[in-house]
Write a protein that binds this ligand. Structure first.
Ligand SMILES: [Zn+2]
Ligand SMILES: [Zn+2]
Length: 355
């Protein structure tokens, strides 16, 4: 049994060091805050970057990481207490010029769990209440609340970019890299009625997509850019999609993926950059002029869009279960190390198992 009024957590104390189990008194929510009992917290590559690669967190150490959180509100605004919720990874202020003009995902006063304040690798999280997204019973029909934790980043981020890119039914949507983000980008594009082609260098990731009805895949592991481009064109033709106005989503966050993505950008195409790498590319930007093309970036997801994302899951248009694996939170050190060493093909979700 969980201690009644204690918060237990695994904290990051220093770069690359094991997470430390700490117990403290349960915090009392202030105005506009909610205390959430964590159901599950996903491990994102950003957590690995904080823990291992030295990307600085904004809160001083020790800090509890984790920004893909689902749980049940146990204290705070009365209308939220008892509700199942997702904690958005981007918690905007809601009032600034960016927030009030539809760009809340890039709000400069935004707070991110496990970066600005203690995150989800814990029994409880104290978070701003304003944008907590309630989960309806339909969304819990095929998924546990813990599995829905990945909505907070892995599912909502591609949702936002697909919206931003203006993807329409029958468009040819090319997703480069079907890892944690790309698998959902494929499903979201499919839900709109686009003709989806998934590209990756790992056959097992491409095969996993069959479970959710994504059957057009291309393994680009051994293909140079010119050959890959030729094969993508053939697939486009076979699918009966237009040879122009392609919607390209770069979700691999690799130099090779970005090079291919830019090479695929043709007439009236839109390239969305979703993955992140520090690597630089040499590009002929004038292709954008010649092809009347567009390149867009995206950061996280506007918290206002979460109900739409949850609805897609409730309707079964986005499936999470085939792409996640759960572990007891007490195995956090082992699971982080294995994530770092690319031992998982599925996204890991840690479930609190504190005594
Ligand atoms: Zn993340
Ligand atoms: Zn704001």
């Amino acid at each position: 049994m969980k201690a009644m009024n204690k918060l237990a957590t695994y904290q990051m104390t220093a770069l690359d060091q094991p997470f430390e189990l700490v117990t403290r008194d349960l915090p009392t929510p202030g105005t506009d805050e909610a205390l959430i009992e964590v159901a599950g917290c996903g491990i994102c590559h950003t957590d690995i970057s904080f823990w291992h690669h030295g990307v600085p967190v904004r809160h001083e150490l020790p800090l509890t990481l984790g920004h893909e959180i689902s749980g049940t509100v146990v204290a705070g605004p009365p209308d939220l207490v008892g509700q199942s919720v997702i904690v958005p990874a981007v918690l905007a202020c809601g009032d600034c010029a960016l927030c009030t003009t539809g760009r809340s995902n890039i709000c400069r006063r935004q707070k991110m769990p496990g970066n600005d304040f203690h995150g989800g690798f814990a029994s409880h999280v104290l978070a701003p209440a304003r944008y907590l997204a309630t989960v309806n019973a339909a969304a819990l029909k095929n998924h546990s609340l813990a599995e829905l934790a990945v909505i907070a980043d892995a599912v909502s981020t591609p949702y936002q970019v697909v919206q931003k890119s203006g993807l329409r039914a029958d468009d040819f949507a090319i997703i480069i890299g079907v890892g944690g983000i790309g698998t959902y980008a494929c499903q979201i594009a499919q839900s709109i009625g686009a003709k989806v082609l998934a590209l990756d260098i790992a056959e097992e990731r491409l095969e996993a997509l069959n479970q959710v009805g994504i059957t057009e895949t291309l393994n680009i592991a051994k293909l140079d850019i010119r050959t890959a481009k030729g094969q993508v064109k053939e697939r486009c033709k076979a699918l009966g999609a237009a040879p122009h106005s392609w919607q390209i989503y770069e979700t691999s966050g690799t130099k090779a993926g970005q090079e291919l993505a830019f090479a695929l950008l043709g007439y009236a195409a839109t390239l969305s950059i979703v993955g992140f790498t520090m690597d630089k590319l040499e590009l002929r930007l004038s292709n954008l002029m010649a092809f009347d093309g567009k390149v867009i970036g995206t950061w996280g997801c506007r918290p206002e869009l979460y109900p739409e994302v949850i609805q897609l899951v409730a309707e079964g248009k986005v499936q999470i279960k085939p792409f996640v694996e759960t572990f007891p939170m007490s195995r956090i050190n082992e699971v982080f190390a294995d994530t770092l060493h690319h031992k998982f093909t599925k996204r890991s979700i840690l479930l609190p198992d504190f005594n």
